[in-house]
Design a protein around this ligand. Structure first.
Ligand SMILES: NC(=O)C1=CN([C@@H]2O[C@H](COP(=O)(O)OP(=O)(O)OC[C@H]3O[C@@H](n4cnc5c(N)ncnc54)[C@H](OP(=O)(O)O)[C@@H]3O)[C@@H](O)[C@H]2O)[C@@H](O)CC1
Ligand SMILES: [K+]
Length: 461
C-alpha cells in the first residue's frame, strides 16, 4: 500500500522529537521551524487579515509566539493573548522573541483571524470551562481560524473532545499527523488539514490512507488470472447481489454468486450458481481457482446461515467476512489472513474488551484474530496483525445509507482476488468506495456507487 503521512501518538511524537534532539537538533530550533512552517501556511491562506494568536503555557504556546513574530514581520496586524506563564525553556525563549504587547485570554478582543496555540499534544485534561467558552467565542467572532498542531481541547491519541471545541478552518499538524486529526469526533472539528514537515522521521506503522496505484490487466491476463470471486448468498438475496455487482466492477475477472434463493438477479456478467443446500454450496466452493470468497451480506443468522458459514470456513479460500458472518463467528474461528469488515456494533460484539483509541482497538483486534480488520465508520481504520495501520477519514457522510456496506464488502473481495494481498486489498477497496461516494454526490443509493466504481478505478491507473 502507498505509504501516506505517518500518524504518531503523543508519546511517539515525544520520542521522535527526542531522537532528533539526541542527534544534535536544537530544541528551540525545532520550535522555530514548526512556527515558521505554520506561519507560512497562515500567511498564504490569510494574507494581511488582522490576527489574534492565543498562546498556552507549553510548547504549543511557544509555537504561537514564533507564529506571531513571523506574521508581524510580514506586515500582519498581530496581537497575542496568553493563558498563564510560559513553562518550558523553548516557549520562554519564543515568548522573549515577541516584542509586542501581551494581553490576557480572558479579556482579549476578537480579530478577523484566530490562531489557537493554547494546547497541543501535551493536553492532559479538558480546558477549564471558562477558557473553552472563551476559545469558542473568539473563534465564532473570527472569519478564519487555525489550530496549531491540534484544536485545543481534543485528546491527541483518541480524538475525543475533552471540553467544548470550536470548528477550525485549518488545522496545521506539526511534523506528523496525530490520531485526533483523522478520528472522530475531533476530525469533524477541522475543515482542512495540512501537515507541516519539520524533519520528524517517518514511522512505518500507522499512516493516513493514500490513493492507491492500481494496475490495468496485461495482455496475458484472462478472467481466472484476474481473479475469481465467489459471493455466498443467504436469506436476503439483495445484499449478496449488491456485493457481487461491486466485486464485478472491482477489476476482478469473474464473479459467481452462490445463491440460496435459486433466482437470477443483477448483471448478466455475474454467474449465479444454485447453492441452496449446504451440499450444493460445498460443491460450488470446491474450486481451487477461487481467489476470494465473501460471506456475510444477507447471510441470515439462523442455523442454516451458520451451516453455510461453516461450509465456507472448511474450504480455506482467501476470505472476506462481513455483516451476518461477523455476528455468527467467534474470534477463535477466524482464519489467519481473512479480512473482517466490522462496523462499531459488530466490532464491539467480537472484541468488546479492547482498550484505547479506534486505532489501538483495530490494531489489537487484528493481532488477536490474525485477520486484516477494516473497522468501518466515518473514520475507517484498517489494521494488519503485524501492526500496520492505515486510517481513512473524511469520507462522504452520505455513505450512511443501506447497502453501502455490501458494496464495500464486494469491493474488498474483488480487490483481494486481484491483488492476493489482504492489507493492500482492504486499503484499495476503502479508497475506491470513498471515491465512488464522492463521485456519486449527494443523496445517492448504494446502487449508484456501483456505477461510479469504474471511474474511481480509472482515476487510479
Ligand atoms: N517538543 C518540542 O520541542 C516541540 C513541540 N512542538 C509543539 O509543542 C506541543 C507540545 O508541547 P507540550 O508538550 O509542551 O504541550 P502543550 O500542548 O503545549 O501543553 C502542555 C502544558 O499545558 C498544561 N496543560 C495540559 N492540559 C491543560 C489544561 N486542560 N488546562 C491547563 N493547562 C493544561 C500542561 O501542564 P500540566 O498541568 O498538565 O502539568 C503543560 O504546562 C506540540 O503540540 C507542538 O505544538 C513543536 O513546536 C515542535 C517542537
Ligand atoms: K492548539
Amino acid at each position: 500500500m502507498n505509504a501516506g503521512t505517518p500518524i504518531l501518538t503523543a508519546a511517539q511524537m515525544r520520542s521522535a522529537e527526542q531522537a532528533l534532539f539526541d542527534a544534535g537538533v536544537d530544541d528551540y530550533g525545532l520550535m522555530e521551524q514548526a512556527g515558521a512552517a505554520a506561519a507560512a501556511i497562515i500567511w498564504r491562506a490569510g494574507g494581511l487579515r488582522d490576527t489574534l494568536v492565543l498562546c498556552g503555557p507549553g510548547n504549543n504556546g511557544g509555537d504561537g509566539f514564533v507564529i506571531a513574530r513571523l506574521l508581524r514581520t510580514r506586515g500582519v496586524a498581530v496581537r497575542v493573548a496568553v493563558l498563564g506563564e510560559s513553562g518550558t525553556s523553548s516557549s520562554r525563549r519564543a515568548r522573549a522573541g515577541w516584542d509586542g504587547p501581551v494581553e490576557q485570554l480572558a479579556t482579549a478582543a476578537p480579530a478577523t483571524q484566530l490562531v489557537d496555540a493554547l494546547f497541543g499534544t501535551g493536553l492532559s485534561r479538558g480546558l477549564d470551562p471558562a477558557v473553552a467558552a472563551r476559545l469558542c467565542d473568539l473563534s465564532a467572532s473570527a472569519s478564519h481560524s487555525y489550530a496549531i498542531d491540534l484544536p485545543s481541547g481534543v485528546d491527541s491519541d483518541s480524538g475525543a473532545l475533552l471540553s467544548a471545541v470550536p470548528h477550525f478552518s485549518i488545522c496545521i499538524a506539526l511534523g506528523a499527523l496525530k490520531p485526533a486529526h483523522l478520528l472522530y469526533p475531533a476530525a469533524g472539528h477541522v475543515r482542512r488539514l495540512i501537515c507541516a514537515d519539520i524533519g520528524i522521521p517517518a514511522s512505518d506503522l500507522a499512516h493516513q490512507l493514500m490513493p492507491p496505484r492500481l494496475a490495468a490487466p496485461g495482455p496475458d491476463d484472462h478472467k481466472y488470472r484476474r481473479g475469481l470471486v465467489a459471493v455466498v448468498g443467504g436469506t436476503m438475496a439483495g445484499a449478496g447481489i449488491l456485493a457481487a455487482q461491486a466485486a464485478a466492477r472491482s477489476g476482478a475477472g469473474m464473479v459467481r454468486r452462490l445463491a440460496a434463493d435459486g433466482l437470477r438477479h443483477g448483471a448478466d456478467a455475474i454467474v449465479t450458481q444454485d447453492a441452496q443446500t449446504v451440499d450444493a454450496l460445498h460443491d460450488s466452493l470446491d474450486d481451487a481457482r477461487l481467489a476470494a470468497v465473501l460471506v456475510g451480506p444477507g447471510l441470515g443468522r439462523d442455523a442454516t446461515a451458520r451451516a453455510r458459514l461453516e461450509a465456507v470456513l472448511r474450504h480455506g479460500h482467501p476470505l472476506v467476512l462481513d455483516a451476518d458472518a461477523l455476528t455468527l463467528i467467534d474470534v477463535e474461528q477466524i482464519p489467519d489472513g481473512a479480512i473482517l469488515t466490522p462496523h462499531e456494533g459488530e466490532f464491539t460484539r467480537l472484541f468488546s474488551d479492547l482498550p484505547g483509541s479506534k486505532i489501538d482497538r483495530a490494531r489489537s483486534a487484528a493481532e488477536r484474530s490474525g485477520a486484516i480488520v477494516i473497522y468501518k465508520g466515518a473514520d475507517s481504520v484498517i489494521a494488519a496483525p503485524d501492526g500496520r495501520v492505515a486510517v481513512a477519514s473524511g469520507s462522504s457522510h452520505w455513505l450512511s445509507t443501506a447497502g453501502t456496506g455490501d458494496v464495500l464488502a464486494g469491493l474488498v473481495a474483488g480487490r483481494l482476488a486481484v491483488t492476493r494481498d489482504a492489507f493492500r486489498a482492504a486499503g484499495e477497496a476503502v479508497w475506491l468506495h470513498g471515491d465512488a461516494a464522492r463521485r456519486a454526490g449527494a443523496a445517492f443509493i448504494a446502487d449508484d456507487l456501483l456505477a461510479a466504481l469504474p471511474a474511481a478505478i480509472a482515476a487510479r491507473l
